[in-house]
Design a protein around this ligand. Sequence first.
Ligand SMILES: Cc1cc2nc3c(=O)[nH]c(=O)nc-3n(C[C@H](O)[C@H](O)[C@H](O)COP(=O)(O)OP(=O)(O)OC[C@H]3O[C@@H](n4cnc5c(N)ncnc54)[C@H](O)[C@@H]3O)c2cc1C
Ligand code: FES
Length: 367
Amino acid sequence: MQEILTALIVCCAISTGLAILILIVDATIGNYGECEIDVNDGAKKLKVEGGQSLLSTLKSEGIFIPSACGGKGSCGLCKLKVTAGGGEILPTERGWLTDDEQNNGIRLSCQLKVKNDLKLQIPEEYFLVKEFKTEVISIKDMTHDIKEVTLKLLEPSNIDFRAGQFMQIMVPEYELSKEEVYRAYSLSSPPSQHDSVEFEIRLVPNGICTTFVHKYLKEGDKLTVNGPYGDFFLRDTEREIVFIAGGSGMAPIKSILFDMKEKQNKRRARYFFGAVSKRDLFHVDTMRQLEKELDDFTFIPGLSGALPEDDWDGETGLITEILARHMSSGDNTEAYLCGSPGMINACVEVLKAKGVPEELIYFDKFA
Ligand SMILES: Cc1cc2nc3c(=O)[nH]c(=O)nc-3n(C[C@H](O)[C@H](O)[C@H](O)COP(=O)(O)OP(=O)(O)OC[C@H]3O[C@@H](n4cnc5c(N)ncnc54)[C@H](O)[C@@H]3O)c2cc1C
Ligand code: FES
């Protein structure tokens, strides 16, 4: 009995000792102290506390790096050039970086932890990105799973952006998330609307941001957003335009089309919008109105699973099939695609087969 008791006491003492050791090691290793971040060859020198990702460290310094996944390492948007102090590229970064990028110091800023002094190059346009305090002024049901959310900008009260760009919505800590998270949403309002912004947000089952927006957000609530970001915008050429979208991919295309109308852009444009059945279609009247207002614009919605009660006499089939039927040649054409990665990849193949050069196919994958 005496021996068992002694063994138990020894075990407890060893476990306690180990736990204390782990705490000390964690506190020592996790405490990197003050680090200096040199931005753009000395243009800015930031004194920061080490230990956080580079993405969130810069955010707390008011520098917003594009991100769609909120730092989970699953969007690949948060790339930055680190010229000194970055250490080895992590396995979680490799899949997102080309060989060229890896050789040139490009890193995923959400994966790189600030542990020592760093030297970075940050593109000038990122310094124009701002954080906005906003108020929700309207939430409308557009389909069974898409809501249109309009936010009035409070502070700052005005925004400048290019049609097609996106912003990040900050979701506060709530039932589904123990920390605040950021997600990317394309602006569906035109750039001429400076004092408010509009988004089309599709519910992803159990998704942190979309559940928050669909189930908890109310008119009158305050919301923080930052942006604008992205290089998905209409190129200034004379080529014919093919737009392709599905679901909430409608958002940036709508913004671009309104911008074209306001600028009296006369280019030929066709817009293929893929949906399953009629309940997934929205903004059809808006698009029909734009057909009247724009010089040479055609809206081509298509259903891949029309129901008998839909009484649908429009295009049917997958959006790839509809696109292939309508496009004879990709000569003198450029394309803009928005929606799920699967839909975009499949449509890119059709466009290339029709002769649209790969470098004239622009897209934003909502992943
Ligand atoms: C540049 C850009 C612009 C975007 N613009 C829009 C927009 O205008 N409107 C819009 O609705 N969305 C848009 N998105 C997608 C958006 O950023 C989020 O990824 C999406 O809303 C899911 O966020 P969540 O927090 O609800 O889900 P999360 O909590 O991030 O994800 C929950 C689960 O769902 C999966 N998941 C994530 N996204 C999807 C998806 N789209 N479909 C199916 N499963 C998914 C995840 O892998 C995860 O397993 C855009 C994305 C990018 C990169
Ligand atoms: S923020 Fe998405 S990969 Fe880094």
